[in-house]
Design a binder for this molecule. Structure first.
Ligand code: MN
Length: 265
């Protein structure tokens, strides 16, 4: 085939790809000499988190490169030890490790509730009571009156240590490394990664998980509970429902490899 024809064929192919927004599945990769430990939804299970970190430390002993610890969010609610989880994380810091703390919808709800008492109504339907009680805000029964929510809000404002508030407020919505994009819930499949909004990244479920085509990056997420971690070509879901199942999952990434570390209860 003459050269000019080959060139035209290439251009035509590019144009077609762009017109149909065809994304090529990214190959898994990380920067050289880097290992990521990525932990799923903890939901107040301090017991499982401390056991998992113990396992991670043993696992990490054979590697001397750069470590990155990514937490996928939903540290709090449902389980009884939200406060202990955050205390533990604040204390478990090594100077030579990069820590990335992502925000889950539960952290967002607590932060919203501190500003706006009406958020309390929905927060109580998905486990907020456990977090309140771990911070010494006892709630005998689910309140119905606004003044009760205001009282709870003011008690939480008083009881939440400044360090915990700064930790929660300092969580970020997403993180990118190599061919991976880390986020609590997922992404909206109809928008590029650059045009995602926080609401989707904290809350999205079926619309994201049902999408089978490749994304620009491999999306690593929690939020949607599955019996087994899902290691798919376009996304990796590691919320194994620790609160109820006792299984807390950590995804380990290094160059092109993916493996798991889990805690039994
Ligand atoms: Mn969630």
């Amino acid at each position: 085939m003459p050269l000019y024809l080959k060139r035209w064929m290439r251009r035509l192919k590019k144009l077609i790809n762009r017109l149909f927004k065809k994304t090529i599945a990214p190959k898994p990769w990380l920067p050289p000499d880097t290992r990521v430990y990525c932990i799923g939804d903890i939901h107040g299970r301090y017991d499982l988190l401390s056991a998992l970190i113990e396992k991670i430390k043993q696992d990490a002993a054979d590697f001397s490169g750069q470590f990155v610890m990514v937490y996928l969010g939903d540290f709090i609610d449902r389980g009884l030890f939200s406060r202990d989880v955050i205390d533990f994380i604040l204390g478990d810091v090594q100077a030579d490790i990069d820590y990335i703390y992502l925000r889950g919808n539960h952290e967002q709800t607590l932060l919203d509730f501190l500003q706006e008492d009406s958020v309390g109504r929905s927060w109580f339907t998905y486990g907020g009571q456990a977090t309140l009680s771990s911070y010494g805000v006892a709630v005998a029964k689910i309140p119905t009156k606004r003044e009760d929510f205001l009282e709870i809000q003011s008690q939480l404002r008083n009881n939440l240590p400044e360090t915990h508030y700064r930790f929660l407020a300092g969580t970020r919505v997403s993180y990118t490394l190599g061919s991976y994009f880390f986020v609590h819930a997922g992404i909206n499949p109809h928008y590029s990664l650059a045009r995602q909004n926080p609401e989707d990244m904290l809350w999205i479920r079926d619309e994201f998980t049902a999408f089978k085509k490749p994304f620009e990056k491999i999306i690593v997420h929690g939020h949607t509970v599955t019996d087994e971690p899902e290691l798919l070509p376009n996304r990796i879901g590691i919320d194994t429902g620790a609160y109820a199942t006792g299984v807390l999952t950590c995804l380990v990434l290094q160059s092109g490899q993916q493996r798991l570390i889990q805690t039994p209860c």
